[in-house]
Design a protein around this ligand. Structure first.
Ligand SMILES: Cc1cc2nc3c(=O)[nH]c(=O)nc-3n(C[C@H](O)[C@H](O)[C@H](O)COP(=O)(O)OP(=O)(O)OC[C@H]3O[C@@H](n4cnc5c(N)ncnc54)[C@H](O)[C@@H]3O)c2cc1C
Length: 159
């Protein structure tokens, strides 16, 4: 029997049948060790994030059949954004490059607003915050050293 903790939330009429079928399908994958839907456990980073878990007699360390005995708890999984991978190119000093790869005076950027050194991939946990901390330090130093006439693109005023 499915019980909902919140008023106003309703499950679709076919939810329970779909859930049963989904669990049976998942359990089959877990027993075989091959996930035909999401390829769990096929990359090194999945195994690393999975970590060491309790005894698992099944061949894929990231999967175990779901027990037939409840109680079961559920959470809604929805979309979210961890970081971004687009934006303008920047030098290691945070100088933003124009379309000819020339630094634009006075324009600096680090973090999610610029292109990532890891391009379209996510190296591992900390791969966004770690570089941001290091590169922000470098960018702040470079911006501090850039004089006002550099930023305006004008010659220094004569003393
Ligand atoms: C759930 C979750 C878990 C994460 N876990 C990790 C992790 O374990 N390790 C890791 O390295 N990274 C992790 N990240 C990613 C990391 O948090 C981000 O990549 C990082 O915070 C991005 O820093 P940022 O300064 O570039 O951007 P943000 O932290 O997004 O900062 C941008 C700031 O600009 C402000 N802003 C936006 N628009 C304007 C505007 N028009 N005017 C003024 N201010 C504005 C925003 O309010 C915000 O404060 C995680 C992210 C999430 C969401």
């Amino acid at each position: 029997m499915l019980q909902l903790p919140y008023r106003g939330l309703e499950l679709s009429a076919d939810f329970q049948g779909n859930l049963t079928a989904a669990i049976e399908r998942f359990n089959g994958f877990a027993r075989r060790g091959v996930d035909d839907d999401f390829a769990r456990g096929t990359t090194a980073v999945q195994l690393q994030f999975n970590g060491a878990v309790g005894p698992n007699p099944y061949p894929n360390a990231t999967m175990h059949p779901i027990s037939a005995e409840g109680p079961f708890y559920a959470a809604l999984l929805t979309g979210g954004t961890l970081d971004t991978k687009g934006g303008p190119k920047a030098t290691p000093d945070g100088r933003i490059l124009d379309d000819t790869d020339t630094p634009i005076p006075g324009l600096f950027g680090v973090g999610n607003c610029v292109a990532s050194a890891s391009a379209g991939s996510y190296w591992a946990g900390g791969a966004t915050l770690g570089p941001i901390i290091a590169l922000a330090h470098r960018a702040a130093r470079a911006a501090h050293q850039e004089s006002a006439h550099d930023r305006r693109g004008t010659a220094p005023a004569s003393a």
